[in-house]
Ligand binder design. Sequence first.
Ligand SMILES: O=C(O)c1ccccc1NCC(=O)[C@H](O)[C@H](O)COP(=O)(O)O
Length: 208
Amino acid sequence: MKVKICGITDVNTGIQAVHYGADAIGLVFAESKRRVSVELAKEIAKSLPPDVYKVGVFVNETHEEIDRIASFAGLTHIQLHGDETAEYSQSLSYPVIKAVSFQGNEQLANIGDFPADYILLDSPKGKYRGGNGTVFDWHEVNTNLLANKKIILAGGLHIDNVEQAIRIIKPYMVDVSSGVESNGVKDLEKIKAFIAKAKGIAVGGEMK
Ligand SMILES: O=C(O)c1ccccc1NCC(=O)[C@H](O)[C@H](O)COP(=O)(O)O
């Protein structure tokens, strides 16, 4: 199982998360308590190996600003966490992760045609567009509607619920932010334990 640790706000936490096995880190450029400057994002990104996804998280940002930030900071993937259209996603020159705040399968009816390699299923509840630490009902998701997409599962995951979440959704990757924090700050022990747990779960008889 692949793991993304989102909302990294310092170089050491990024390095340690990757040391513990993180495949992707998220850098938030939207309204958030985890928002980073482009200069800090660049420092974090350049401290990590080339094969680690450096995902920039954006909400309804302009195309020009995404290009500028991605190029300056060395991002590898763009996560669209707002109301971005298919045309907008298609026009970006980076691999796209499209976030869906899951409220029902009708939202997923046409998502197979959305020009994004990855669909991130997140919880709809919270103060910000993401990173709120709240779960949604995984049993409600009709994953057949996402058969041609790589599913990234997010929303209130933590060490005690990630196994159940993986067994129900069978995602390509799990994504966590609040669940590996203590008092609003990333907690290295929680990151280490979460990654070990997620990577130890066999899905369909295979280690993913
Ligand atoms: O993390 C944020 O603060 C954030 C703010 C605005 C838009 C998106 C944001 N995060 C996106 C993510 O990928 C989070 O990891 C995802 O929403 C799950 O967060 P959590 O429920 O806290 O684990």
